[in-house]
Design a protein. Structure first.
Length: 418
């Protein structure tokens, strides 16, 4: 998608303008969260976002950025001097909300002045005595409503920092718990700040499409199925270690709640909503869970974008949705986003082999048939949880995904099977 991104560098109540009196801007072709951050920061010499990215009615975006220290160069004007009233309104609101007393509740901490200084102080303290030290200010790579990711340059190579939003703060417990049980499966942790949810990690090879080795989908299916079978014996430890229980009852209760209270219900017509409510979702979900496969460790958002595979070592990252749930939801999710990749055909069959062996009385074929439908229910609950705890101005980042999932559910073939 091609979009115009306007960059508003805020400083001392003003905003940077170019020689025409307008905000600097550029055309961006990738709408993934954070993908334009580096371009925006370079364009105006900024360091970080100081407010969530705003979306305009015409589809454009406003990146609201700032410098961490010192005074930026250039011409600054008050927001009311901007010719475009939509941009002026966005910038004026952002300037007002920089005052901590007027910052909206629920805004992630990384937009707050001084947050990066606090993180750097923590990083320096945990690296002290380790034989490595930070050599540069940490570099913001991604900042949005769900998380902040930053590169940490040290004299012994890069490290990576992740800070999840308050809703996902348990990741700082879940990741170490999984690491204790399956140390070769997750990124190596350097340190964790559990109260804040911060994770400092070693870098990964094969985490990007351009350097991920071929056959990643089948490798994940094989290794992850084996891991999940083994994890059945550790469910109590996983729950004690921060994994939410998302079994059949929890899933259906949350689904019923979203049908009454989701912030995205206005995106559906009354007819669409009524179709979902009366289409027999509960019966399909219960049949899926009753087919003989036990709940176990689940990633919750398993796709190759959360996988590092270099041809030798497999690491699964981003444990924000880590939980105890039905394992085949992960398999279905992975297959959905991997099916078009050459060399990864037969993923579901590969995944199912180990479950057939471990649970020969389970109706694995029926589980495979129903899993894509139930994953829609599961993901609708996941994203509704996120939307309900996200600051209203940032909900556009989710793209109306809950409403889209509900529409897909209402026409799914699983509801028409005998």
């Amino acid at each position: 998608m091609t979009e115009v991104h306007h960059v508003a560098l805020l400083h001392d109540g003003g905003v940077l303008v170019d020689e025409t009196g307008a905000l600097p801007s550029f055309v961006h072709q990738d709408d993934s969260p954070g993908s334009s951050l580096a371009v925006s920061l370079r364009l105006v010499g900024a360091d970080v976002l100081v407010s969530p990215t705003a979306r305009l009615d015409d589809g454009g975006r406003v990146q609201l950025v700032g410098v961490r220290h010192g005074d930026p160069a250039g011409t600054f004007v008050t927001p009311d001097r901007l010719a475009d009233p939509a941009l002026a309104a966005v910038v004026a609101t952002a300037v007002t909300e920089l005052d901590p007393a007027r910052t909206p509740p629920g805004r992630p901490a990384w937009f707050r002045p001084g947050w990066f200084d606090e993180v750097e102080a923590w990083i320096d303290s945990v690296l002290e005595g380790s034989g490595r030290r930070r050599t540069h200010p940490i570099e913001a790579v991604k900042m949005w409503s769900i998380s902040a990711v930053a590169r940490v340059r040290t004299d012994a190579g890069d490290l990576w920092l992740k800070a999840p939003c308050e809703h996902f703060r348990a990741e700082a417990r879940v990741h170490p718990t999984v690491a204790r049980l399956f140390p070769d499966l997750v990124p190596s942790l350097v340190a964790v700040e559990e109260e804040q949810g911060w994770l400092l990690m070693e870098p990964l090879v094969g985490a990007e499409d351009e350097d991920r080795a071929d056959g990643a989908g089948l490798e994940v299916a094989t290794v992850w199925a084996r891991t999940q079978v083994d994890a059945v014996a550790h469910v109590d430890e996983l729950v004690a270690g921060g994994c939410r229980v998302r079994g059949v009852e929890e899933t259906l209760a949350a689904f019923h709640d979203l049908l009454d209270h989701s912030t995205e219900l206005p995106l559906l017509t009354p007819e669409e909503l009524e179709t979902v409510r009366t289409s027999g979702v509960d019966a399909v979900v219960r049949e899926f869970w009753a087919a003989g496969i036990p709940d176990t460790l689940s990633h919750g958002d398993l796709h190759l974008g959360n996988v590092a595979w270099d041809g030798t070592s497999l690491r699964i990252f981003d444990w924000t949705d880590g939980c105890v749930s039905h394992p085949f939801l992960d398999a279905s999710h992975l297959a959905h986003f991997t099916r078009s990749r050459p060399g990864d055909q037969g993923l579901e069959a590969t995944y199912a082999e180990q479950w057939r062996a471990a649970y020969p009385d389970a109706d694995v074929d029926r589980v495979l048939e129903l899993a894509p439908f139930v994953d829609l229910v599961f993901q609708a609950v996941t994203f509704d949880d996120i939307a309900s705890t996200t600051e209203p101005m940032s909900r556009w980042e989710l793209g109306g995904v809950v409403a889209d999932l509900l529409r897909t559910l209402s026409t799914h073939e699983a509801l028409r099977s005998d």
